[in-house]
Design a protein around this ligand. Structure first.
Ligand code: BEZ
Ligand code: FE
Length: 339
């Protein structure tokens, strides 16, 4: 009989898995075992601690419903989603606009709008125009690309946080034959990721602020090009450098300008941003959507569909307190004042 030591047990597991027929699955699982064992050895994991970890992951699974994907949130807050995203982005066949997290609030069910339409049901004086051009890697316009956009309403919440039936601040637009897109929205606010579940408990226990910088999500597609899942982050936001899910990057920062003479709609603040799409590769054609609709992971299992809740009051209060010295319109002030 074999005797296992903290080192030989790893090889024993790998040996048992050696006949896995799917080569990629074998590679991934072998690496998972090697790294998990190395992790347990490094921290000298105790049985009590491992049960705690299992309890935590059980709670993460139990928090998932068709309207909520707590495991994706766990991956996001541990930087794994961003890492996978960054690695995938490097496989583009040519330089183009960087990708950013799809996030849990994307949904397939999104209304179509005419060019220049307002996607917010209640713009409430926070209107912003967005315009720019969709081009290829060489800068030549791509005609008629589809531009899907979604973001928080002017109160800093996504529609789905108010209920799965509500649809607001999201829309599908078509760029024109010269690649130009144009829409109206509201200025998004930075917001807390959902903190009312086990992942929120983890984030709070790590003394993290739990916020994302203000941003607008985009999903842009055109035949023959790699689908671009990205987001624009508003310049000046206090959390550009410490996004709780590590999605913000310098090349995706957008500026809200007043009186831009080039803006096709006058009299409103505006954001101009051009997007570049990379040619679609063979591998892209096989890969499907990066991120996919998170609701699909748990869809229609008959469980309740309680959406994400509000941040705990003490977190909200801490955020307000942290923002106090910056009286000059930081994102926190936007969250808690009326416009
Ligand atoms: C978002 O951008 O909507 C998001 C991304 C990751 C986690 C939570 C929210
Ligand atoms: Fe978002």
């Amino acid at each position: 009989m074999r005797e296992y030591t903290p080192l030989t047990i790893t090889d024993a597991v790998l040996e048992q898995m050696a006949e896995t027929p799917d080569a990629r699955m074998k590679e991934v699982m072998e690496a998972a075992v090697r790294h998990l064992h190395a992790f347990a050895r490094e921290v000298n994991l105790t049985p009590t601690e491992w049960i705690k970890g299992i309890e935590f992951m059980t709670k993460v699974g139990q928090a998932c419903t068709p309207a909520r994907q707590e495991f994706i949130l766990l991956s996001d807050t541990m930087g794994l989603s961003a890492l996978v995203n960054i690695m995938h982005d490097k496989t583009k066949v040519e330089e183009a606009t960087s990708a950013s997290l799809l996030g849990p609030f994307f949904r397939e069910n999104t209304p179509k709008f005419a060019t220049g339409a307002q996607i917010a049901k209640k713009p409430d004086g926070a209107e912003v125009v967005m315009y720019g051009r969709i081009a290829n890697a060489q800068g030549a316009p791509i005609p008629n690309a589809q531009v899907t956009v979604w973001q928080t309403a002017a109160d800093g919440r996504y529609d789905i946080q108010n209920g799965i039936e509500e649809i607001d601040c999201r829309g599908i637009f078509q760029a024109d034959d010269k690649g130009n897109y144009l829409l109206r929205t509201v200025r998004p606010l930075g917001y807390f990721i959902p903190l009312d579940g086990p992942v929120g408990q983890m984030v709070m226990s790590q003394k993290r602020h739990g916020m994302r910088p203000a941003h607008i999500h985009f999903l842009i597609s055109a035949p023959g090009y790699r689908e671009l899942v990205t987001a624009l982050y508003l310049a000046g936001d206090a959390h550009l450098d410490d996004d709780v899910v590590f999605g913000a990057s310098a090349d995706l920062v957008a500026h809200v300008k007043d009186g831009d003479p080039a803006c096709p709609i006058k009299g409103l603040p505006s954001i101009q941003f051009d997007f570049n799409l990379a040619r679609e590769s063979e591998a892209d054609r096989r890969a499907g959507r990066v991120g996919a609709d998170p609701a699909a992971v748990t869809a229609s299992d008959g469980k309740n569909t309680t959406p994400y809740g509000a941040p705990p009051p003490e977190m909200a209060a801490a955020a307000v307190a942290a923002a106090e010295p910056k009286k000059s319109g930081g994102i926190f002030s936007g969250l808690f004042r009326s416009r």
